[in-house]
Design a protein around this ligand. Structure first.
Ligand SMILES: [Zn+2]
Ligand SMILES: [Zn+2]
Ligand SMILES: [Zn+2]
Length: 865
């Protein structure tokens, strides 16, 4: 055994052994319980970052632990490989997206392998490969057949100067990322997935996800945004037609004093035609139609509007009320028309105040009386309906249903449920994504590509200029096709799919990654699904996780998947953050480029101004506070990197980077190595089994601590993922073993218990620092591979505390007896002795002068007088 801990040699050795033995290869085995643990797969951006290291270390602890517990563990890894950065690299540097992506994958795979992560690499997938994305296309076609994929026009971000569609992340403060022109909204024909068909199931099944964090469930619930209410008609004056509005507050309908329309509402311009308002309305529509919906819908935005010149009738109050356009009403929600009740809706209240519209109170609170003249804000809480015709006096909660029912009886409207969830627009005018398998023929219309012609493969010879529409529009070889139906001249769809499609079912692909008859083998899916533990960032709480749930349900309805929900348990790990440094003139600075010192203050290397030590923030390139995991691994090894990220914080909390923390992790591993090295003769001298031996008291305590540590580490991993406290317990055990060694516990029984303690520690550390643990295991004479050793057991009996009976004296006379745990501290025992009620009687409020403690036997309390 080497005297020094040499992480790099050890890590390379064990990674080689694991690869040669295919140690993490897994097959379906009906005799074993399966466990599927999955970390969200990375985008191959070039290098792994500390967030990846953290996410994957957490997953690897779970995978290795479950394997040691006898589970058949599926732990795969792959690449979310389509996406914008590859295309941007092509535009900026002329590298083909495919080459850029494949190089990044190779580099990052090597980095992951250096972390010693226990993946079954045979199942590796990359979503940019035709073997993968052909199944995106196949699923698209099944959705198309079922009406779950459809086309309609919708608005996109458009740069008029580059003449191209921009993704939301390419719009920086309303301007194009490339040329800084103002971005406008343009209407385009786009493909959608009808996720709204599943709104009710996606909402209802959240109840099944007891293994998900509450905050994620809440975010999904909010995103789906179910509201119950009524649709009610407001007949237009001088017309046969009516405006149909949706409201969640039918109880306030008698207070509706105007109606507000979205600027995109089909009637917006028509209503004003021929009225004196026509020009003003046109200008208003022109002004707001290019402002994004998100910006207009924001709570804090200025409410603006314009009168259309037209009126409609509130059938309940019998009044004719004006119709306005309002910037905050969105076409995407409801019907693009809302009844405005200023007394009971804050936005309508502000709007009415601004434009001098009537405020009519129709709900009065139970404890006071509102007046319209003195109201400072809308009253939105419950109360009793007033000035509401036959409904006056009804509690407003019951009034909601009564009004809706009345509207139904009268034929004025109906009860209705609305969702905030919109259908999912999947068309992207980009190259680096899955081609949409559709062909347009002048004669036959929209024709799906026949399944046997899949995959529709991306062409290679495409120019990347960043101008114009999808680069695929430049490739005649790609888009000029024969119609599959009439064989006539036809044109292929040149849009590609949103990359969220790729990640909506990749967890299913892993169950049979090379299967070529369907997206996955249903039999294997039945064995492995659902994912038992999914781990990833909370930034995916809504879109990715919602889309994955939708796909799972849709594939279930296609009789492929057998589960309702893809992920039984979800862990959202916190961010990795670090302090930042900033010059008022030159912005963010790397800590390594600062002049000066912590003590005397830092200075900017360019202007020598004092540098402000900024907040601790999420590691990011722009804030110059990143640590490259590769540097960390080069310096200390992968085990230290793993141990630091696992020990520094519980997984769901943010982890603040600390150099001392890293050094501490390394020191602990070095110390463990040294202690094993210095005591290596234990493995030749000590008796095999310490459990059978009669032990003196202090060794009984040590043995109890070993069992307790096994229990604590098992519970912390199993039930709570509290890896930090698990590691802390292992560190305490090392301290106790080290103290026992220094205390000369080298009798043969002592050696046996200490050896047992060290071996248990090595096994417990395996999920955290697998290389070091494996090497120590081998160095201490074991011939089995540690990753195949079962997780240690503990015995409740051994943990059961021994009790000591302690005699308590007051001024030398026996006054009581107390029972304490055998390993209770002196302080603990003295406190118990003083608190004993019988002893208290003899103390009688007198001042305690001192306490004498005779270990394990007696406490004498000396009081004055
Ligand atoms: Zn531009
Ligand atoms: Zn045709
Ligand atoms: Zn400066």
């Amino acid at each position: 055994m080497e005297e020094r801990y040499q992480p790099h040699a050890i890590e390379a050795k064990w990674q080689r052994i694991w690869a040669q033995n295919q140690a993490f290869r897994v097959h379906e085995d009906a005799a074993k319980h399966k466990y599927y643990v999955l970390e969200m797969f990375p985008y191959p951006s070039g290098r792994i970052h500390m967030g990846h290291v953290r996410n994957y270390s957490i997953g690897d602890v779970v995978a290795r632990y479950k394997r040691m517990r006898g589970f058949n563990v599926l732990h795969p890894m792959g690449w979310d490989a389509f996406g914008l950065p590859a295309e941007n690299a092509a535009i900026e540097r002329g590298v083909h997206p495919e080459i850029w992506t494949q190089e990044n994958i190779l580099y990052m795979k090597n980095q992951l392998q250096r972390m010693g992560l226990s993946y079954d690499w045979e199942r590796e997938i990359a979503t940019c490969e035709p073997e993968y994305y052909r199944w995106n296309q196949w699923i698209f076609l099944q959705f198309f057949k079922k009406g779950l994929a459809y086309k309609r026009s919708s608005f996109v971000n458009w740069c008029p100067s580059c003449e191209t569609v921009l993704a939301n992340e390419q719009v920086i403060d309303g301007a194009c990322w490339r040329c800084d022109s103002a971005v406008i909204q343009k209407e385009l024909e786009q493909w959608f997935f009808r996720i709204t068909d599943y709104a009710e199931q996606l909402l209802g099944d959240l109840e099944k996800l007891s293994g998900w964090p509450d905050k994620v469930l809440t975010m999904q619930r909010h995103w789906i945004g179910k509201s119950t209410g009524a649709e009610i008609d407001f007949p237009l004056l001088g017309s046969e037609n009516a405006l149909r509005i949706f409201t969640t507050r039918p109880d306030t309908i008698f207070g509706a004093t105007f109606v507000s329309l979205a600027v995109e509402h089909p009637l917006a311009l028509k209503l004003a035609q021929g009225t004196p308002q026509e020009k003003t309305v046109e200008a208003f529509v022109e002004r707001f139609k290019n402002v994004s919906q998100a910006k207009r819908g924001a709570e804090e935005g200025e409410k603006e509007g314009v009168f259309t010149g037209a009126y409609c009738r509130n059938l309940f109050s019998g009044e004719n009320i004006p119709i306005y356009l309002a910037n905050f009403v969105l076409m995407e929600y409801g019907t693009g028309a809302v009844m405005a009740v200023p007394a009971h809706d804050q936005r309508d209240f502000e709007f009415a105040k601004k434009y001098g519209l009537p405020i009519r109170i129709v709900i009065q609170p139970n404890d006071r009386k509102l007046t319209a003249e003195t109201m400072a804000e809308a009253y939105v809480d419950d109360g009793v309906m007033v000035d509401s015709g036959a409904f006056t006096g009804t509690p407003n909660g019951a009034g909601k249903d009564k009004i809706a029912t009345y509207a139904e009886e009268k034929g004025w409207g109906n009860k209705a449920i609305r969702y905030r969830l919109r259908d999912w627009g999947v068309s992207r005018q980009r190259y680096w994504g899955t081609p949409i398998p559709i062909i347009y023929c002048d004669k036959c219309g929209t024709v799906p590509v026949p399944e046997e012609q899949l995959p529709v493969v991306l062409p290679k010879d495409v120019p990347f200029t960043g101008k114009g529409g999808s680069p695929l529009q430049e490739s005649k070889l790609f888009f000029e096709v024969a119609c599959p139906k009439c064989n006539g001249h036809a044109r292929r769809e040149t849009d590609t799919m949103d990359t969220f499609v790729d990640s909506s079912w990749y967890f299913l692909r892993y169950v049979s990654a090379r299967f070529d008859k369907a997206p996955f083998d249903p039999e294997k899916g039945r064995y492995w699904m659902a994912v038992d533990q999914y781990i990833g960032g909370v930034e995916h709480a809504v879109l990715h996780l919602l889309y994955a749930r939708f796909f799972t349900k849709a594939l279930r309805d296609l009789e492929l998947a057998k589960v309702d929900e893809p992920f039984s348990n979800l862990l959202t790990q916190g961010m990795v953050s670090k302090e930042t440094y900033r010059c008022s003139e030159h912005g963010w600075l790397f800590p390594t480029e600062l002049l000066g010192s912590e003590k005397d203050g830092w200075q900017c290397p360019q202007c020598r101004r004092p540098v402000i030590k900024g907040r601790v923030e999420k590691m990011s390139k722009s804030k110059k506070n990143i640590v490259d995991p590769e540097d960390l691994v080069n310096l200390y090894g992968a085990d230290t990197a793993r141990l630091f990220t696992l020990f520094a914080a519980p997984p769901e909390k943010d982890l603040e980077w600390s150099d001392q923390g890293v050094e501490g992790a390394y020191r602990f591993l070095t110390r463990l190595w040294r202690i094993v090295f210095q005591n290596r003769e234990l493995w030749t001298n000590a008796a095999a089994n310490g459990e059978a031996l009669e032990l003196p008291a202090e060794l009984r305590d040590l043995r109890r601590m070993i069992h307790r540590t096994v229990k604590k580490v098992s519970d912390d991993i199993e039930n709570r993922f509290h890896f930090n406290t698990a590691v802390a317990a292992i560190m305490e055990l090392l301290n106790a073993l080290s103290a026992a060694l220094q205390g000369g516990a080298r009798s043969s029984v002592g050696a046996t218990v200490i050896k047992q303690g060290l071996e248990t520690m090595i096994v417990l550390l395996t999920p955290f620092v697998p290389h070091l643990a494996s090497e120590l295991w081998e160095q201490t004479g074991h011939h089995d591979r540690l990753d195949e050793v079962p997780w240690p057991r503990y015995s409740e009996e051994a943990i059961e505390e021994e009790k000591l009976l302690i005699v308590v004296q007051v001024n030398g006379k026996v006054r009581g007896k107390i029972t304490v745990p055998a390993d209770a501290t002196q302080e603990h025992i003295e406190t118990d002795a003083l608190a004993d009620p019988r002893v208290q009687g003899f103390l009688d409020g007198k001042k305690v002068q001192r306490v004498v403690y005779v270990p394990r036997r007696l406490v004498n309390i000396v009081v004055e007088g």
